[in-house]
Design a protein around this ligand. Structure first.
Ligand code: FES
Length: 117
């Protein structure tokens, strides 16, 4: 697929809706947009060290529910997920900076807060 065709395919997709707990807010995520970027755009501060480069693992999130299948983790995401604290790992754990939501989802991540600025 060419880049133009890829952009066109993404443009035809609908926004995703992601409920973030325990904060209790619902984010609107644009097609192709990673969860953490959408959170920042909507005024949330997500735990990070590498600022979304997919290298630190600090942004991990647990996907509680998803009404559409998600893309599996990339090689980079899979490698970085090994940095997540062992008690938090699992097949439902992803990196918010790499995860591109679809449809309606619910996720859990302690430490996500609304920015005060
Ligand atoms: S923010 Fe560092 S891996 Fe996601």
């Amino acid at each position: 697929m060419t880049q133009a065709a890829h952009r066109s395919a993404i443009a035809k997709q609908a926004d995703a809706r992601v409920r973030v707990e325990p904060l209790g807010e619902t984010l609107i995520v644009r097609p192709g947009e990673p969860l953490m970027r959408a959170a920042a755009r909507q005024g949330l501060r997500w735990p990070t060290i590498c600022k979304g480069s997919g290298l630190c693992g600090a942004c991990y999130v647990r996907v509680v529910e998803a009404d559409e299948a998600l893309e599996p983790p990339s090689k980079r995401e899979s490698a970085t997920l090994k940095l997540v604290p062992p008690h938090m790992r699992g097949p439902e754990v992803r990196l918010a900076c790499q995860l591109v939501p679809r449809g309606t989802m619910s996720v859990e991540r302690v430490g996500v807060v609304r920015r005060e600025d």
